[in-house]
Structure formats: C-alpha cells, structure tokens
Design a protein. Structure first.
Length: 297
C-alpha cells in the first residue's frame, strides 16, 4: 500500500462514477478539515456536499463542447484528517506528491483554505499560483497563529516568492496585508478592476501570468463569488464576482503548464445547496477546459 492510500478513505464518488485509477488523468480527493476556521465553521462537510450535488448535475459543458461522461475521473476518497494542522497538511502533501509522481492531475476539495499550502509545496521548481478569493490571506499571523486559513498565502509567498502569486477577486484585507502585497509585488485583481477592464483582458492577464512559469497551480476559494451566488461560506464578503465571471476566468487559468487545482471553503450547512452546486460546476468546467486543450503536461 502506498503512503497516499494509507491516508485516504473511500467515499461515494465525485460525478457519480469513479473511473479506474489507471485510466484516469484526473484524480479527485477531499480534505474535510476546518479546525482553524474563525467565523462560521462547516467547510469540513464541503467534499461530501460537492460529491452529492455533482452526481445530480448534467455533465455536458456548453462552454467547451466537452462531454464529461467521456472524461475519466477517479475519486480517491478523503484524506483521513488528524487534530493537528501540520500533521494533516503533511498527509495532503504526501497525497499530492504521489499523484503527480504517477502522472495524475490532482483535484483537491476542501475543507478550509490552509490545505492549499502543502499542495503548492509539493511542486518543485519555478511555480506560479493564482488564488481566486475574496481575501488576500496574507496576514503574517492571525489570533496568535502563524499558519491558518487567514495566513496560508503569506506562508506560500515565503516558499515560492511573492511575485509568483496572483490574487483574483480580492476585496477583503487588512491595510498591512495590502501594503505587503504592494511592496513585494504580489499581483492583485479586484472585482472593481475586473468590471473596468473586462473579462477578456483579465482572462488574458491571468493566463499570461501562469504561462510565464515552468509549472502552475490554481486555487479557488468559493467565497470569491458574491454571497448572492454563494452564501454557504465561512466568511462571506459583499461586492464579489458572478458565477459566469468566475467560470470564464477559471477556464482561462487552465493553462498548459497546470499541475493541479483545488476548490475550498464550501460550507453546505449555511445554505440550501447553491454554493456546493456552484463549486461542482466550477470543477466540471475546469476539467472540461483542460481536456479541451489536450492532455496536460
């Protein structure tokens, strides 16, 4: 048994049917962890909610013309989380590392956003990261903790370099976070900028940024959507982007050097299912965008 298999437990499959591991380029897994959540917890239930709704959504993508019924996706189950954050993140790191070593595209579902940190750390070399998020998550510490859902991007910036990070849809941050980003050249795109510049220009900016690196990773915090579209989140922030805007920009970010992506912070107990539905749709369209451009490297 591999280390990844040791840390994972099977669940009802994403999209309703789990393809055989050997046949699938895409491997979905969940991380039901939300112990550092500081306002409304519940994202630990996100992976299950995404699976439930995904089995009841149609699988044809009108954006790409891809029939996802013909795209094999393997669901590897959920990471068996433990109480200590560092130990859980070590397990995530082991799973992502092994999947990539076996030529798979990991698709991770949270859970809280801190789980992105080990996924990025598993990528060696020159890597760029785009974070779709309402929040910068660039605090040096929060409530006395150096690592949490509110600080993980600061830790990622220390690992890969702040100029290797782009934050899209951000509109909630402290002044010290904003000062850090401006000083250290973290690229940011607010909803105001998106409305001013338009989807085409911003989509091109995102794809150009990611393509400038040897490898790239994309993380999607569902609270990047306006609460009108995604109320089931731990930290809702008004003045966000629409589902159509996010689907378009995520599709633009599925570039040829992409090595993995995640979607986090769905809290299904806080709404009637619309946030999980949006999350599953985003994952569907991301897979379709990658598939429509040929096999990822």
């Amino acid at each position: 048994m591999s280390r990844a298999e040791l840390y994972l437990s099977p669940r009802a499959p994403f999209m309703g049917v789990s393809a055989a591991f050997d046949q699938a380029k895409f491997v979905f897994f969940g991380v039901p962890y939300d112990k550092t959540s500081t306002f409304r917890s519940g994202s630990r239930l996100g992976p299950s909610a995404l699976r439930d709704i995904s089995a009841n959504l149609e699988l044809y993508s009108i954006r790409t013309g891809v029939d996802l019924e013909r795209v094999p996706v393997h669901d590897m189950g959920d990471v068996d989380i433990v109480e200590k954050l560092d130990d859980t993140l070590d397990r995530v790191r082991a799973v992502v590392t092994e999947l990539r070593s076996r030529g798979k595209m990991p698709i991770m579902a949270g859970g809280e956003h801190s789980i992105t940190k080990p996924a990025v750390e598993s990528i060696s070399g020159n890597v760029g990261v785009v974070n779709f998020d309402a929040h910068l998550d660039m605090r040096d510490e929060f409530l006395g903790e150096k690592l949490s859902h509110a600080t993980f991007m600061r830790r990622v910036s220390e690992q890969i370099g702040p100029d290797h990070i782009m934050e899209v849809g951000v509109r909630a941050f402290s002044k010290p976070e904003l000062d850090f980003c401006r000083k250290s050249k973290v690229e940011t795109i607010t909803p105001l900028e998106l409305r001013k510049d338009g989807l085409v220009k911003v989509g091109k900016r995102i794809s150009t940024f990611l393509s400038s690196f040897e490898q790239s990773y994309v993380t999607i915090d569902i609270d990047v959507l306006d609460p009108a579209y995604a109320p089931g989140v731990g930290n809702p922030e008004p003045d966000g982007i629409s589902t159509d805007e996010l689907l378009t920009l995520v599709s633009c970010s599925m570039v040829g050097n992409l090595v993995g992506f995640d979607l986090v912070e769905v809290s299904p107990a806080l709404d009637a299912g619309q946030t999980a539905a949006a999350g599953a749709k985003i994952i569907f369209e991301a897979i379709a965008a990658i598939h429509s451009r040929g096999k990822p490297e």
